[in-house]
Design a protein around this ligand. Structure first.
Ligand SMILES: Cc1cc2nc3c(=O)[nH]c(=O)nc-3n(C[C@H](O)[C@H](O)[C@H](O)COP(=O)(O)OP(=O)(O)OC[C@H]3O[C@@H](n4cnc5c(N)ncnc54)[C@H](O)[C@@H]3O)c2cc1C
Length: 414
């Protein structure tokens, strides 16, 4: 039976790039994928637009991966955001840069990114075996045997595990790689959701599904502590609670607090650019100036229309009351609500609904220069299977492509 130089497991961005790099160096590479096509998750990234990297400099990239971000210094140096943009440009796919340096394909379609990967895999003669769902790895002295659930067997001198995380499992990323890595002796750090919507107990929120609160500020209150979140952004109300960029970015942090302290209060500041005292003076002046307006009509200046009545009803305030009928006490309540609307966060959606999986194969057991296991020679890891996760903004896909590139490169050279 033929023994391949390299077998790559999982045809997501990490696996595809690993296979491409190995084949470019002249190795016989086989890519094993349980689905009948490559890049199922890639297709849904960035709302179908694929935010594949970011223009941020290296130090920002490392920060975006938290405390252990410096693990990726070599990897991002060897295959940077510029290298990735060039890779797509050279293969006919231009790019566009949006707010906060987020980079998208010029077509604004994830499919274009998948198409490029498919084209290059073919050009480089990578053999792809679809519907191959790995169920077991046997290690021998100088090669591996890979068994599929249908008992197909593939032999390879080197193996790159790029099976992704454990969220959006229907795309194929069902966490299998963590089991194999663990059976091979690797430590798997706790799997937690990274970027996940939060559950809110206030029932009136449910009526407001689909409403976006633009550029709000936030503060968290837990265990008698107050934590003002520096990020401002858009918050989306859903049938179970809250989501949107500002929530997804902070959710892993909030999830940790929830695990430790139970429920917490999230306070929304609808007008973060105006200080509390200044807002008080402004409301006082406005209530005189627009004394004949109803409360509901006036609040349109500050709040999205759909949210006004549910908020006023939660405060027992009549939306049709004229401003000159509002008492001083009621005006203070309004001021407080505009600056600090409290929502009770009781939990978060499960890992399957997360943007990425935080946790995975411990990076302590991986050589950061090569992505090779420190425990098992000739075994490499790439992509989301590695512990930790990046913030939103194209950082996670760059991590997948860069670690894939380095794993493919070093597996071909050592
Ligand atoms: C809704 C959503 C939107 C996102 N948007 C963005 C974005 O815009 N920008 C960004 O940077 N990140 C985004 N991400 C995160 C990004 O998609 C992942 O970080 C990235 O796909 C990880 O790449 P990967 O190659 O490691 O794993 P995956 O893309 O998960 O690929 C793993 C592959 O391994 C295969 N596999 C698994 N187990 C087996 C097995 N036993 N045998 C054979 N094959 C197997 C799977 O079928 C899959 O094809 C998003 C994630 C989600 C869920």
């Amino acid at each position: 039976m033929q023994i391949y130089d390299i077998a790559v497991i999982g045809a997501g961005p990490a696996g595809c790039m690993a296979a491409i790099r190995g084949a470019q160096i002249g190795k016989k590479v086989i890519l094993l994928e349980k689905n009948n096509k490559i890049g199922r998750k890639l297709l849904i990234t960035g709302n179908g637009r694929c935010n594949f990297t970011n223009t941020a400099p290296l130090n920002v990239f490392l920060e975006m991966f938290g405390k252990r971000g410096s693990f990726y210094r070599d990897v991002f140096n060897k295959f940077s955001n510029h290298d990735l943009i060039n890779f797509f440009e050279l293969n006919g796919l231009g790019h566009k840069v949006e707010e906060d340096g987020r980079v998208f394909p010029i077509t604004e379609k994830s499919k274009s990114v998948v198409d490029v990967l498919e084209k290059v895999l073919e050009e480089e003669n990578v053999k792809i075996l679809y519907n191959f769902c790995l169920k077991m790895i046997d290690t021998h002295e100088n090669f591996f045997e890979l068994y599929s659930t249908k008992n197909q067997i593939i032999k390879a001198y080197k193996v790159i595990m790029a099976t992704g995380g454990a969220s959006y499992r229907s795309t194929g990323s069902s966490g299998d790689g963590f089991i194999f890595a663990n059976l091979l002796g690797h430590k798997i750090t706790e799997l937690k959701p990274g970027g996940v919507p939060l559950i809110v107990s206030e029932e009136w929120i449910q009526q407001l599904k689909g409403v976006t609160l633009k550029n709000v500020g936030m503060e968290i209150e837990y265990d008698n502590k107050h934590l003002t979140l520096t990020t401002r952004g858009n918050l989306l109300l859903t049938h179970f609670g809250i989501s949107g960029p500002v929530i997804l970015d902070m959710s892993h942090h909030i999830a940790e607090i929830l695990d430790k302290y139970g429920n917490l209060k999230l306070k929304i500041d609808f007008i973060p650019e105006i200080k509390d005292d200044d807002l008080g003076l402004m409301l006082q002046a406005d209530f005189q100036k627009y004394s004949k307006k109803t409360l509901k009509n006036y609040l349109k200046f500050h709040l999205p229309l759909r949210i006004i009545e549910p908020i006023l009803s939660s405060l027992n305030l009549d939306p049709h009351k004229k401003l000159n009928q509002i008492t001083k006490k009621e005006r203070f309540i309004l001021q407080n609500t505009l600056k600090s609307l409290p929502l009770t966060i009781t939990g978060h959606l499960p890992l399957n609904d997360a943007f990425v999986t935080c946790g995975g194969v411990s990076k302590k057991e991986i050589n950061p220069k090569t992505m090779e296991s420190k425990l098992i020679n000739r075994l490499y890891f790439a992509g989301e299977i590695l512990s930790g996760c990046g913030r939103r903004g194209g950082y996670n896909l760059q991590q997948a492509f860069s670690t894939g590139y380095v794993a493919g490169d070093s597996a071909s050279k050592n």
